[in-house]
Each structure stands twice: as C-alpha cells, then as structure tokens.
Design a binder for this molecule. Sequence first.
Ligand SMILES: Cc1cc2nc3c(=O)[nH]c(=O)nc-3n(C[C@H](O)[C@H](O)[C@H](O)COP(=O)(O)O)c2cc1C
Length: 372
Amino acid sequence: MALRRTLLRGGLGGLAAAAVLGGGAAWWIARRDGAAYAALARETWRPPDAASRPVLRELVRCATLAPNSHNTQPWRFVTVAGGLRVLPDPARRTPVVDPDDHHLVASLGCAVETMVQAAPALGLAAEVEVAADGGATLHLVAAPQRDGPMAAAVARRRSTRLPFDPAPLPAADLAVLEAAGGADPRVALLLLDAPAQRAALSELVLAGNSVQLRDAGFVAELTHWIRFSAGAALARRDGLFAGASGNPVLPEPIGRAIFPHVFTLAAETDRMARQLAGSAGFAVFAAARDDPDHWLAAGRAAQRFCLAATTLGLRTSWVNQPVEVPALRPVLAAWLGLGGRRPDLVLRFGRGPDLPPSLRRSLEEVLVEQGA
Ligand SMILES: Cc1cc2nc3c(=O)[nH]c(=O)nc-3n(C[C@H](O)[C@H](O)[C@H](O)COP(=O)(O)O)c2cc1C
C-alpha cells in the first residue's frame, strides 16, 4: 500500500511537473509567436508607399490586402507589358461554400478595386479589362502622385467579426457609402438600415448560418482554413486566424481538439445574433447578370464600399450566409424585389472596436514578374 502510494505520488508529481514544464513551454511559444505575429501584421498592413520600388510590386502588395473569402488569397499576379494580370488560383478554391467560384471571383474583384484605389497614391492610373477566366488585366500609366483617403484606407480596412454600435448612421455617412458602393450601374446596392429591414435580413443570415453549421462538409472546409495559434497563422500566412476573428488563440492541437465542442449551433447562433443586432445597417450587392464578369464587378463595388466605410471610421463585416446557401438566395432576392437578379454579397456595418489584422502571403508566392 505504501509502495502504491509512493508510486502514485511520484507518478502524479511527475505528471504535474511535466504539465508545468509543458505549460511553461507553451506559454513561451505563444508569447514568442504572438510578438512575431504582431510584427509581421504591422509590416503587412503598411499604407501604399510612393517611394517603394519597383512600383508594380508595391501595387501588388496593396492588392493582397483586399478582403477575400476565408482568407485563402485565391489570386496570382503576373506582370505584362503596360500592366498586370490578376488570375484566379484554382488551388485555393473553397468548393463546399463556393462551388461555382462566385466568391473566388468576387475576391479577385476586391483585389482589382484595391489596386484601382491605391494606384493614384503610387503615381499610377489604372484601367481594368475583364478576362473570361474571372481574372482581369490592369492597364497602368504614369499619373501625378496623389494621396487620398481611399488609398490610405486600403491598409486600415478589416473584416471585424464583433458587434458594432447599432445606432443609425447620419444621412451624410450613408450618402458616402451609397456613392462608393453604388458607383457601377451594373451593380445594385441596397442599403438596409430600418429596424424592420435589419430584423428580416438578420433572420435570413441566421437561417443560412444554421444550414451551414449542420453541414459537415461546410464545417470541415471552414476548419481547414482556421488557424488557432499565431504559430500556425505565421507558418502559412493565410486562413482565418482565431485572434483576428475575436476568438481565443490556442495551441494548434488543443484548438483543433476542442473546436467541435465549442463550435456548436447554439453557441454560433448566439454569437452571430449578437453581431447582427450590433449593426447600424446592411448592404446587399446584386449585379445585373450572373456571370464572372459581374461577380468581379460586385466584388469591386463591395470593396469600394468597405474602403469608403473605413474613411468614415466605420467597421464592416461580411454576412454572406443567405447568398451562400442556394435555397435561401431566391428567398433573399424575392424579399428585396430583385426580380431574376442573383444577390451577390452581404455586408454589415457600424462603429465598433478593432481586432488584430489577418496576415497575407509574401509577394514571392503570388507574383510572377515576367522578364525579371
Ligand atoms: C467574397 C467574400 C466573401 C466573404 N464571406 C465571408 C463570410 O460569409 N463570413 C465572414 O465572416 N467573412 C467573410 N469574408 C471575409 C473574409 O473572411 C476576410 O476578408 C478574410 O478573412 C481576410 O480578412 P480581412 O478582411 O480582415 O483582411 C468574405 C470576404 C469576401 C471577399
């Protein structure tokens, strides 16, 4: 008995010592990775720098700051005579949530618009020619260097998955958002800020959320792109870093082990409902046609909207559930009176707190400089 007690004490003591040592090491790693993450995020989210050479590399660096579905960064850039080509990267598709590449092409649209808005700050003017593969060519010419609030907003925009202040925005702010998001006549922008409109749209988002969370394929694809630790986020520089989504940062194996237990329908419905209630309004983008050319245009319009919101000190966050779930898309379209149009993208907006930014892959991974 005495022997058993001694062994037990020794064993437990050993385990406790290992746990303390392991905990200490985990703490040290988390601290080191957290500091490295913060340093890389600062370096990543620099505003357009007119002095940076070659200027095309700087323009592509700005493009990579664009919002993009699941932060897969589904793009490649190639220098061509007189400009740049932006191409889809098929290796970075998300076939469950986005089977027809609609979000992928909209993400390319966000990158294209980011370059159009950043170009003047780099002494360039950009003209966009859409390609049949969902990509585009930017024809670039020298122009007088001009700093402006939209270019500066490129490095301050975030997708902020937190509740915002639901207080209605002043009409002047709404007018700025409408002018930016609705500038392309091929893309209708519907701004919904009346309480009844917000409530009805929130119901559709929650309905979509619930369909997606019951879909094992959706959850598996989402989990694949989540980075629970700063170390994993740093290693890949893509995906959804827990800290940038307002979630606890955990050692990767622990995060993956507990995720199925905390990512429940009840918990996520509650979290999403709080975010929806914490919104000053919603913006729905619906292009005139359902083809890649128009998906790209919808992405450009949404990014113009996000940048304009950023210039006003507003936060934006994407709530695309009702356009991602095929059965809900016609319900949303009918409610909005869109006729045969496909609703493309949904954003919520308002004043709110900030979150740490997400990371981006290096230029070496996304840019091919022909002739370099
Ligand atoms: C076309 C598109 C669809 C998106 N859909 C969602 C979405 O449904 N839910 C969400 O939380 N974020 C969504 N996002 C936001 C991305 O996850 C986000 O842009 C990405 O993680 C990078 O983070 P950042 O925008 O803060 O730079 C979407 C972004 C784009 C461009």
